[in-house]
Design a protein around this ligand. Structure first.
Ligand SMILES: Cc1cc2nc3c(=O)[nH]c(=O)nc-3n(C[C@H](O)[C@H](O)[C@H](O)COP(=O)(O)OP(=O)(O)OC[C@H]3O[C@@H](n4cnc5c(N)ncnc54)[C@H](O)[C@@H]3O)c2cc1C
Length: 397
């Protein structure tokens, strides 16, 4: 957003400041590959400041709170930043401590998450030491970032264990609170079949209440158990703590309620929200954040010009799902249309939807380049915008 707005406004027209608590920008989709040795931490982390256009101020500090009425952001280093427009873009926070036992003695021993750099690196070492037994992959509850990433991890684990020649020695289980492999019925059915083909056991409607690392048990609230030797868990997610310290800004989970089409917050007209920090019913995904960015840039412009906002964001999300053995699926959907089979972005395109292909796998790998060179600089991707394309999709029935 800062890069987009910097292009839109000259320095005399607008001062633009980015606040972040650290200077290490992680390409988070790359975290999936680190445990399997397919990426290294140093490949996916870059200095934040270098991603910003000249003329964007960068302030390194945690946010303490936002004062909505007097229009200022107070930072933990004592700085007070006044604003005319505030864009909340502080993402989602992992909360492993919210699940009983998860961060106990087994944390980073036989219980891991790959959702941050330290966890992904620790899991890499643990997988290298793993020579057979029960490997369980679980996410505790939605919302989580990239809801397909746990499935991708299970598919890649199947591939990795094959490569090491120990797949037959491992019981691989995917444990989900959902009633199927995924949230939406058509995709859920495709992904369930794929899990079956790969002999990955699917355990559904499992609401994790406790992680018993010493006993090697995942225990649900209704007292079902899944045994494990190695647990890969995606913890509960919440919004940032400072949102909770900013009266009127967030909801109970510290996500920021906003208009689902314009991204204007419910709290104040001059506060907008983008990406994982919002409580929108869109996926928490980088693609969503990018598409929202196009609409939000226009809305900041309209707001400052006193014009009506553009209420056109349709929830468009687009995601490659790595399935192992150098293949991937592609899903494309929005608030109203679930992921459907077909081709993306149109019927003649070689990229199949909801079907494994090598081209989709190459697309997944290419996404990293696109991320650093198009998404972060805030450039539009020609032909792939915030409006979900409908022409290549096949409606069943
Ligand atoms: C393992 C994994 C795989 C993924 N795979 C995909 C994928 O294949 N495709 C896809 O589209 N998306 C994927 N995602 C999701 C994607 O990475 C996120 O949706 C995206 O990064 C969200 O962007 P954001 O700007 O909203 O939040 P973030 O990128 O998380 O940025 C939030 C920023 O806020 C800063 N911050 C937080 N709190 C404070 C504070 N109090 N003070 C100051 N600064 C603060 C943080 O340091 C951070 O820089 C994946 C995520 C993970 C974890």
């Amino acid at each position: 957003m800062a890069n987009r707005l910097r292009r839109l406004y000259s320095r005399t027209e607008a001062e633009i400041t980015v606040v972040d608590r650290d200077d290490a920008h992680v390409y988070q989709p790359g975290l999936l590959f680190v445990p399997f040795g397919l990426a290294h931490a140093e490949d996916i982390v870059r200095p934040r400041q270098r991603q910003l256009r000249q003329g964007v101020e960068f302030h390194l500090s945690d946010v303490d709170h936002v004062g909505l009425d007097d229009q200022h952001v107070t930072l933990t280093d004592g700085t007070v930043l006044p604003y005319d427009v505030l864009i909340v873009a502080t993402g989602a926070r992992l909360q492993p401590e919210e699940t009983e036992g998860m961060t106990g003695d087994g944390w980073m021993e036989n219980v891991f998450t790959f959702y941050d750099v330290a966890g992904a690196m620790g899991l890499h070492d643990a997988l290298e030491r793993f020579n057979g037994g029960r490997l369980a992959v679980n996410f505790v509850d939605l919302p989580i970032k990239c809801p397909v990433a746990p499935l991708e991890f299970a598919f890649l684990a199947d591939w990795y264990l094959h490569e090491r020649g120990i797949r037959d020695e491992v019981e691989l289980t995917f444990v989900t609170p959902l009633d199927g492999a995924f949230t939406k019925p058509v995709a859920s059915e495709h992904l369930r079949s794929l899990l079956g083909e790969k002999h990955i056991e699917l355990v559904t409607e499992f609401n994790t209440g406790e992680v018993d690392a010493a006993g090697g048990r995942l225990v649900s609230y209704d007292e079902r158990e899944v045994p494990f030797d190695l647990l890969v868990s995606i913890p509960l997610h919440g919004g940032c703590a400072y949102v909770g310290r900013s009266p009127g800004l967030g909801d109970d989970l510290n996500f920021v309620p906003a208009d689902v089409h314009s991204l204007q917050s419910k709290a104040k007209p001059n506060v907008f929200v983008i990406g994982d920090a919002s409580n929108l019913p869109a996926s928490k995904a980088g693609s969503v954040t990018h598409f929202e960015g196009e609409v939000l840039t226009e809305n900041v412009r309209r707001f400052l010009a006193g014009e009506d906002l553009d209420a056109s964001y349709d929830g468009h999300a687009n995601c490659f799902i790595e399935t192992g053995f150098h293949k991937a699926l592609l899903i494309d959907f929005n608030y109203d249309t679930e992921p459907l089979p077909g081709h993306f972005p149109a019927g003649f395109s070689p990229a199949p939807l909801l079907k494994e292909s090598r081209l989709n796998h190459l697309g997944k790998l290419m996404f990293q380049w696109l991320y650093w060179h198009a998404l972060l600089p805030g450039r539009d991707i020609p032909g792939i915008g915030p409006d979900m394309p409908t022409s290549g999709k096949v409606q069943s029935g």
